[in-house]
Design a protein around this ligand. Structure first.
Ligand code: ADP
Ligand code: MG
Length: 604
């Protein structure tokens, strides 16, 4: 075949493929244009997931009558003049491709009236060719209707997903932009029904309520005023010294550890007002939750980063959703620390972390040592027959006057908790302790699960779970499907310390259990394992088995504890690397400082 130039129209259609992949890309480009035009109201109306039509109306500055046709030409933009502008992009658009690309693969009608003009212009295009132009009365702003997307590109049309998938992508996009631009009032309708709207109040929290509902929105923690000065790691080669100093600001919202999701979809990153996809930064958010979330669960994070536009290269891809940072790894560390700090600051342990950092020597407060009063101790009724209290094995015997267990034990030198004195138990579920500067209400089940989990997890990670061989063994009969599962994952189960052998049809003999579960009914333990296997539907995460053991054998609400048992539990909790939450991320305790108490009683 002879080499020839592609026709303009074909070239445009090919180029359009990079920018307009699907209906949500049309919504993205048009909403970005409306934002760039300074709109305060943006209405998005979608039919059939965008396949039938997408209409976007804004009250922005509009397009001058003489520019309307130009706007639809390839590489036509009002946002970029010279190569220098490309080094510091301050608008969402700059490539001058979107309107050309969209009109090349659909039928477009635009009505726009520019600020200061007395009438508007209506232009109709099909496949990028202008079919009609007239002057019309119109309010200031722009309305663009995109119909029959890909009508002239059958190959693309074939690959479109269902209307429901496209709707989901459009919803996702519009809600994210509503979060980043809370002062803009967004309204989204699908087939004539309003599915989302934001008030334009300027408060991100109002938008969060509109998206997640009041319950989750209320719990989200705000990242406040996080700003770091950076030294550019990849300094500009031309001027290695001058331009390397910079800064990064982070604001946004993160979920507390108790709010988590099955995937990363709720981690949203904005860089200078642009929604970007960045696996590194997403990972920075996830890492900030290290040990705070159950395994396989992901947090909610809404991160807004602001940095000088010259430090960000957005011209990586036609869709402008990827960015490169001039400052190398600094953005990663900044996001990670901003999120972690926000989580730590919120934990009920706020004042206590400061304590743990050495701002207050343990035992140096006279109020603390002086208040030791053994008479104040309430002792538990000691009904422990069915308790799995093997952690009591290493408890010290009380000395003659019965006080040993009530004295504060030596705090672990690297402990994250202060030394605590057990005061008593409430509702056979919570332990009250006194710390140097306040009181702790400890959830005995959460605390015990944390203790067991760290112990078993550590042994399991080294493949050295200490087991207790059962002298008699316990036979357990399972359903045929359960038996098959157990056979299949027997190795994983044995690695957690549960040794079983086949003992007749669908029946197994438990020969050994993990030592920390020695006082638990072996049959219950086996059933818990099998239940975990069933729930994980073939993709067994061994870590889940560890958690299942701990949940089965841990203390429950309603179990009375003796003073010694409580003291031992607290002591073990002090030794934990992460004593603040249980393995599922729920808090192990609530802290009330003396200052807080004084406030509650109206003393300050
Ligand atoms: P870009 O946004 O990269 O400049 P587009 O093809 O998306 O390229 O838009 C071309 C030009 O049309 C923009 O630079 C802008 O001047 C104008 N324009 C597009 N949409 C709007 C709008 N909603 N309001 C005002 N002007 C607009
Ligand atoms: Mg644009």
């Amino acid at each position: 075949m002879k080499i020839h130039l592609l026709s303009d129209q074909l070239a445009s259609q090919i180029a359009a493929g990079e920018v307009v992949e699907r209906p949500s890309s049309v919504v993205k480009e048009l909403v970005e244009n409306a934002i760039d035009a300074g709109a305060t109201t943006i209405n998005i109306d979608v039919r059939q997931g965008g396949r039938e039509s997408i209409q976007i109306a804004d009250n922005g500055q509009g397009i001058a009558a003489e520019d309307v046709e130009t706007a639809f030409m390839r590489h036509a933009t009002s946002k970029l003049q010279s190569i220098d502008d490309l080094n510091a992009i301050r608008t969402l658009g700059f490539r001058g491709e979107a309107l050309a690309a969209i009109s090349a693969v659909s039928q477009v009608t635009i009505v726009s009236r520019a600020e200061g003009e007395s009438a508007g212009t209506r232009l109709v295009l099909a496949g990028g060719v202008v079919e009609n132009r007239e002057t019309v009365g119109a309010p200031q702003g722009t309305v663009i209707a995109v119909e029959n997307l890909f009508y002239n590109v059958p190959a693309r049309l074939k690959f479109l997903k269902t209307a429901a998938t496209e709707k989901r992508l459009i919803d996702e996009f519009v809600t994210r932009y509503a979060l980043a631009y809370p002062h803009i009032r967004f309204r989204l309708t699908h087939n004539g029904r309003i599915t989302f709207q934001s008030s334009g109040s300027g408060q991100v929290r109002d938008v969060l309520v509109a998206i997640y509902g009041p319950e989750i929105a209320r719990q989200l923690l705000e990242i406040r005023d996080w700003r770091v000065e950076t030294e550019g790691e990849e300094s500009n080669l031309q001027s290695p010294i001058s331009s390397s100093r910079s800064h990064i600001e982070v604001t946004g919202f993160v979920g507390p550890p108790g709010v988590h999701f099955a995937n990363r979809g709720q981690i949203t990153l904005f860089v200078n007002g642009r929604w970007v996809k960045d696996t590194q930064l997403t990972y920075a958010v996830i890492q900030a939750y290290h040990t705070l979330l159950p395994s396989g669960r992901y947090p909610l994070g809404l991160i807004f980063m602001q940095l000088p536009p010259e430090d960000v290269d957005v011209n990586v891809h036609p869709t402008k959703t990827e960015v490169r940072f001039r400052q190398g790894k600094a953005p990663f560390g900044t996001v990670q620390r901003a999120v972690r700090q926000t989580l730590v600051a919120d934990a009920p342990t706020r004042q206590m972390s400061a304590w743990a950092l050495g701002s207050n020597e343990p035992g140096s407060s006279p109020g603390w040592m002086g208040s030791l009063n053994p008479d104040a101790f309430i002792s538990g009724s000691g009904e422990q027959a069915d308790l799995a209290l093997s952690w009591l094995d290493d408890v010290e015997a009380p000395d003659d006057n019965g006080e040993a267990s009530s004295l504060p034990l030596e705090a672990e030198s690297d402990s994250q908790l202060p030394i605590m004195r057990v005061v008593g138990q409430v509702g056979a579920s919570y332990i009250i302790t006194e710390g140097p500067e306040g009181l702790f209400l400890i959830d005995q089940q959460a605390a015990h699960q944390r203790v067991l989990h760290e112990q078993l997890q550590a042994e399991w990670a080294e493949d050295k779970v200490t087991v207790q061989t059962l002298s008699t063994g316990t036979a357990v009969t399972l359903s045929p499907s359960q038996a098959k599962l157990l056979e299949q994952f027997r190795e994983a189960v044995e690695r957690v310390g549960l040794q079983v052998e086949a003992f007749g049809p669908n029946t197994f003999m438990v020969r050994a259990v993990p030592k920390i579960a020695a006082s638990c009914d072996p049959a219950r333990l086996l059933v818990a394992m099998v239940t975990e296997l069933e729930q994980s539907k073939g993709v067994v995460e061994e870590a889940g088995l560890v958690t299942a053991v701990c949940q089965t054998i841990s203390l429950r609400p309603g179990q009375s504890l003796t003073q010694a048992q409580m003291q031992q539990l607290i002591h073990n909790l002090e030794k934990c690397a992460d004593p603040f939450t249980d393995p599922q991320g729920k808090p192990t305790f609530i802290y009330l400082s003396v200052a807080q108490l004084a406030r509650e009683f109206g003393r300050i």
